[in-house]
Design a protein around this ligand. Sequence first.
Ligand SMILES: NC(=O)c1ccc[n+]([C@@H]2O[C@H](COP(=O)([O-])OP(=O)(O)OC[C@H]3O[C@@H](n4cnc5c(N)ncnc54)[C@H](OP(=O)(O)O)[C@@H]3O)[C@@H](O)[C@H]2O)c1
Length: 248
Amino acid sequence: MKICVVTGANSGIGKAAAEKLLRKDCKVYCVGGPEGFPGDGETEENSRGIAVRICCDLRNDGEIKRVIGAVEENGVDVLVNAAGVAFYGVSESIRPSDIADMVDVNVKAPLVITSALMPKIRQNRGTVINISSVTALSCANPRGAAYGATKAALTSFGRSLFEEVRKQGVRVINIHPDLTDTKLYRNADFTVTGDFESTLFSEDVAEWAVNALEARDGMCVNEITLRPQKNIIVKKEKDRKLTGPGIN
Ligand SMILES: NC(=O)c1ccc[n+]([C@@H]2O[C@H](COP(=O)([O-])OP(=O)(O)OC[C@H]3O[C@@H](n4cnc5c(N)ncnc54)[C@H](OP(=O)(O)O)[C@@H]3O)[C@@H](O)[C@H]2O)c1
């Protein structure tokens, strides 16, 4: 049974990835906030996977240590760094505490967890999947500058890490999704349309992430960028559709 660790497993993309891995009969350490873990509510049929919930606040060093300690003993085949938080607006409107949250959850936690688990991942010739963002690839992310900076850091980390561990058989995959219909936009004055042509869904991102695990031995799908066909967002207060550069 493959051992997987998924952060942000109680919502959105992380939850969809955890559910896909459970359907592949993996044991999944589901790390995240207090509510909404896979298996809450209706039981998933056709799943013989085992979900182990680890409820924690990834801004807290002690709690990160607890996560690492809980999974370490068993070895790790797949680590999905999906937890993330975003605050949008012109840079001067973003509070220092919001910046700290984004740095802690989007950068520090995945770097610390990945580094601590690497001996166990290497032992199993495993895979690290970073759920980064298209903002990591953009030249500029107006009204998402700090968030984009954290995602660029995560992508940079993933690229460098791959060069360090590729000869040891470890794969590192950076996923760069665009606008996806999740709770991520709760701190934004815009949201996704929900329309299939201008919105990605958590299952889309999770599917491509988990598919990349099926690459033959000796090959790594390093980076995946996913974009909806159209670039449309909705202003929350006016329910007005806008077009323009992606903010996600
Ligand atoms: N949605 C998009 O358009 C989009 C696009 C590109 C990249 N991404 C990235 O995709 C990843 C998943 O986000 P999502 O879109 O699926 O949004 P989401 O539904 O809000 O999921 C974010 C997850 O991160 C967890 N999390 C946030 N802060 C945490 C903390 N301090 N401690 C522990 N867990 C914490 C959340 O737990 P709670 O629910 O308990 O807060 C939740 O499980 C993020 O890294 C995000 O940056 C999203």
